[in-house]
Ligand binder design. Sequence first.
Ligand code: TV1
Ligand code: CA
Ligand code: ZN
Length: 397
Amino acid sequence: EYGMEKPQGYSVSFHYNPHVEYHHFGSSHPMKPWRLTLTKQLVLAYGLEYCMELYEPRPATFDELAIFHDREYLSFLSNVTPQNAKPDDNAYLAFGFGGDSNDCPVFDGLWNYVSIYSGASMNAAYNLLNKQSDVAINWSGGLHHAKKNLASGFCYINDIVLAIQLLLTQHQRVLYIDIDVHHGDGVEAAFESTDRVFTLSYHKFGIDRNGYPFFPGTGNINEMGPTDPANRGKGHSLNIPIDDGIDDDQYKWLFKTVTGAVIDKYNPTAIVLQSGADSLGGDRLGRFNLNIKAHGFCIETVKNYGRPLLLIGGGGYTPRNVARTWCHETAVCVGAELHNNLPTHIPYIQAFQGAENGGGILYPDLHNTKRHDNLNTDAKLNKLVAQAMENLRYIEG
Ligand code: TV1
Ligand code: CA
Ligand code: ZN
């Protein structure tokens, strides 16, 4: 009926539960949920809330998380506290907590934190399924390393896997794209035995001077999922290993060429895009040299294919630039252009001011913060793309 139709053009929904902000991994830990406060402040300062539907999703329940995760793992996760944790306990280490790196610490409110970010990704997926929006955004999600019974790399619950499982109830083929600087290993592993999800990750790959591989150490170009031809998932993963210091033009070309080929060949009916902001120049953990608009180019490229799109966060360890990037990408989704001078009346404006914090503008040149020489030659990238195209021949049928 005419009156029931939604307005023309793209509709965007923003799924955010502010209680996620009040959790802390520990003072020296690089993952700072507080970056989401900064992101929200920028989004509101530019008035982007008037260009989309806002949702405040409830936390996911134990049973909802059990769609993917093992119940024994969830029982442990829901009961462990800093007070009752026994770091020498077998279960504690076996489930990925603590350890030498302390990547996944047990902190106050851990269960609340994981239920909140997961609830938001699931709520966003339902919104796409109900056709309430064309693009659904959850900047608090994107925790791509978590396995069904293992916490890994700052990730405890894999909200991406849960959201994709919901999309699979109506979509025959879902494409997962991951531009976080780390390999999206948890999502790839979860769907390795199905041809109904194709996973594509761009990431830093290689061994450092100190002899350690860049985390998590997987995702070389020849890793395409299972090798057994009887396995339906064979050939349904594509990994793009990249070296330190890649620049805007190289990354944009690589992303457009490879992603375009995957979408043309796989023809997904829904897309999930993990937009980890640790691929920016000047990130505390990352190695790439991207500017905000080059990162946003990836979101715009995917959005322009016009398929239902779930856009989620991920890594990002220089909070002021994470906020700038996700604010810019929210604007890209609603089709707004933002002025470069940041509104000055916003809370936490000091976080963006001063030469070392980006000089009070939205789009500082992050090449200025360059810490890694560009080891990617155009010849190497051409060879990488050729190999990627060769890998894709498997799904041409
Ligand atoms: C506590 C306190 C933990 C300070 C962890 C950096 C810390 C890191 C810390 C850190 C750190 C990693 C490894 C080594 C595996 C270990 C959200 C052999 C200054 C999606 C996860 C990276 C990235 C994990 C997550 C990595 C994401 N790097 N300070 N830990 N062991 N872990 O290398 O993809 O962005 O660094
Ligand atoms: Ca990645
Ligand atoms: Zn990352």
